[in-house]
Design a protein around this ligand. Structure first.
Ligand code: MIG
Length: 679
């Protein structure tokens, strides 16, 4: 059961594609005076189901309703003491989101620490579950609004959820299950049904991808492929980061570094290696550059209030931003990918599309003026930090996001009001074009910024994490929330993007990432080289990647099944074993598809870990696809040994795990001769 409520005048986001009748929440119609200040209070029933009345008076039962606080621009809800909250997609912290506040505002922030409130995506769907508490309810909620919104999940008040809006305009969807068991998944499936089927990546995109910011030229890329082949480690793709372009200009290739690009793409694809170039949101301002000139002529770039083009700076220096919210701009920009698809490219990643802004022209001018004022002064404590902050505050500033406009569905709308739709629509532009410019190909596409709805067009990666053990755990915990919101093709930069990796971290990370659809080793400029063949124990890396390739038939089939059935590929135990009160506290084990559970090791110098089994399972301890031991295990707690290079997989009762013969490329995997491990 789904109820759709309308508050104020929401901006359409195209995230929900099913027509659902609206119930209007009339903010003006006072039902019960708000405590004291003369505002109004209205209650939306907690899970939406109570009755057909549009506005429900707040008579007594405050515990089971959402209080609409017009003046505070917020919705509040009283939580039971043990209730759990799942979802919110790409975010910091654990699987259970209770006990922190999260802000949906797509942000380019490479410091994914637990004190943060926003990452690159804005995914406003969650499930609240208090079935083992007094109030005994379980519901899903989707807050559909494209601007900034805060989810205070028991942060300000440990027993309250507050959803705080910048503009009190939104569609609120409340979802409830009629099923006594499988309740959470029933809610998730209902949600996924109304937002439409998830993007399907090609099978080769389940192969290992090697990336680096940046491989600077064709020879370096060849060298990576050669080294993988020499080490006997399977590989399917190599990523091209911003330096393949001519001075960071989208849809150009630096022909000194990559002479005869088309020939090179075909040489690599002849070897079974897909090249996956990056595309950035900003278009370099440069006379004679076709994308810039067409963009200006075609009126495709965002403008300031006075009608001048908004000028900011990113990698290429000064840029304009395409107005991806406009249909004909999407068509124009999407067609540009043809330059690369015609050269044989069949995979892309869209970056910097929050959009990330180093500085705006106007912002920079102001800072120079301000700094001028500090000249010759004695910079005391206050003025020094003011001086310092004026420069660092240039990046991704709120002021900039409030200073340019989109033309969206026939209306002029200030950017910050629709901020979370930007990366979504950039990626949509590409995906919609692919049907036209590469109709026979299945294209790999994933994005950094996203909003729910984008899951129909592409996957995501989780951005600039660090080579930290805590970020290995974070990458495990992010997957269920992403899957709930439709993002099935996803993964993190394996080994960590920033900072220096260690061999053991890379091995442990790989031992987990072999289960994630996107398996990509990526690292930043200036960090320790992170290609798998550079480390001491090549055999161990080879065994792990081979195990991944052996698992691909299982993983890809479960992935397709999840997409076709609005299911999740990665489930927390609590979603499957709903009666089990221990299961809901397990934050470091996941069900992967229908047959297996994994329990990755994510601490340094560990030779094993505690594992909680919600039911009897058969444990497989893999050292390679054809080297493993098995053990029947009883439900309950166990300490399980898992040395470096050993991967723990638990097969559920009555299930089986198919393993194929791996090969150096996904296309060569022998899927005829499958070996099954059964329980
Ligand atoms: O500000 O293109 O998240 O994966 O390597 C850095 C360079 C810009 C950020 C992406 C990262 C990529 C990097 N980009």
């Amino acid at each position: 059961m789904i109820r759709k409520y309308k508050i104020g005048n929401p901006i359409e986001t195209d995230s929900v594609i099913e027509a659902i009748p609206e119930i209007l929440i009339d903010q003006e119609k006072a039902v019960i005076p708000a405590s004291g200040e003369g505002g109004t209070e209205t209650i939306i029933p907690a899970s939406g189901d109570s009755n057909s009345k549009a506005v429900i008076p707040a008579l007594g039962d405050e515990n089971s309703g959402w209080i609409v606080d017009k003046h505070g621009k917020k919705l509040t809800f009283s939580m039971s003491s043990h209730a759990c909250i799942y979802g919110l997609g790409e975010q910091v912290r654990g699987i259970n989101k209770r006990g922190w506040h999260y802000v949906s505002f797509c942000s380019d922030d490479p410091h994914h620490e637990e004190g943060k409130t926003s990452l690159y995506g804005a995914h406003n769907f969650f499930v609240y579950d208090s079935r083992d508490c007094n109030d005994n309810i379980c519901f899903g909620m989707y807050v559909d609004t494209p601007g900034r919104v805060e989810f205070d999940m028991g942060y300000s008040d440990p027993d309250e959820i507050s959803i705080i809006f910048e503009d009190f305009d939104a569609y609120i969807y409340l979802l409830k299950s009629g099923h006594p068991s499988g309740t959470i998944m029933d809610i998730v499936r209902q949600f996924r049904r109304i937002i439409g089927r998830s993007y399907i990546a090609p099978m080769w995109a389940f192969g290992l991808g090697q990336s680096r910011w940046s491989y600077m030229n064709a020879d370096e890329v060849r060298g990576v492929a050669d080294s993988y082949d020499k080490a006997g480690i399977p590989l399917d793709s190599i990523y091209l980061d911003i330096d393949y372009m001519e001075r960071y200009k989208d849809f150009t290739v630096n022909d000194e570094a990559f002479p005869d690009f088309k020939e090179f793409v075909s040489e690599m694809s002849g070897r079974g290696i897909h090249l996956v170039p990056i595309i950035d949101a900003g278009v370099k301002i440069e006379e004679g550059y076709d994308v810039y000139e067409e963009g200006v002529k075609g009126n495709h770039f965002v403008k300031k209030e006075n009608g001048d083009l908004f000028t900011a700076a990113v990698w290429p220096g000064r840029v304009h931003f395409p107005d991806f919210l406009k249909e004909d701009t999407r068509r124009w920009f999407g067609d540009k990918y043809k330059v690369l698809t015609e050269a044989g490219i069949d995979g892309f990643w869209n970056d910097m599309n929050e959009p990330a802004i180093f500085y705006s022209e106007d912002g920079l001018k102001k800072v120079f003026e301000k700094i001028d004022g500090y000249k010759g002064k004695n910079l005391d404590i206050d003025s020094f930090f003011g001086f310092q902050g004026s420069v660092s505050g240039l990046c991704n500033s709120e002021e900039d996001y409030g200073s340019f406009y989109h033309e969206y569905k026939g209306q002029r709308i200030r950017h910050d009001k629709v901020h979370n739709l930007y990366g979504y629509n950039m990626t949509r532009a590409a995906a919609e074009a692919f049907d036209k410019i590469a109709p026979d190909k299945q294209i790999l596409m994933f994005s950094r910024a996203s909003y729910i709805g984008m899951h129909r067009y592409a996957g995501i990666w989780t951005g600039d994490n660090m080579s930290w053990w805590s970020h290995l755990l974070l990458s495990i915990q992010q997957l269920p929330g992403l899957n709930m919101c439709g993002f099935l093709y996803s993964g993190s930069d394996m080994g960590g993007f920033g900072g220096d990796v260690t061999e053991d971290l890379l091995i442990r990370w790989l031992s987990f990432a072999i289960f994630t659809p996107l398996l990509r080793d990526h690292s930043a400029m200036g960090t320790r080289r992170q290609e798998l063949y550079r480390f001491k124990d090549t055999d161990m890396f080879r065994n792990l990647v081979e195990l991944r390739y052996a698992l691909i038939p299982y993983l890809y089939a479960e992935y397709l099944w999840a997409a076709d059935n609005d299911e999740m590929l990665f489930k927390p135990l609590a979603f499957e074993y709903e009666e089990d009160v221990r299961a809901k506290e397990v934050e470091d084990e996941l069900l992967v598809g229908r047959s297996i559970m994994i329990a990755p090791v994510y601490t340094q110098n560990a030779s094993g870990r505690y594992v909680y089994l919600p039911e009897d399972m058969k444990m497989i301890r893999f050292r390679g696809y054809d080297d493993y031991d098995e053990e029947q295990m009883k439900a309950g707690d166990h300490y399980v040994r898992a040395q470096l290079g050993e991967v723990l997989v638990f097969i559920r009762k009555g299930h089986e795990l198919p393993l194929a013969m791996p090969d150096m490329r996904v296309r060569d995997i022998d899927t005829e001769n499958i070996h099954y491990i059964r329980n």
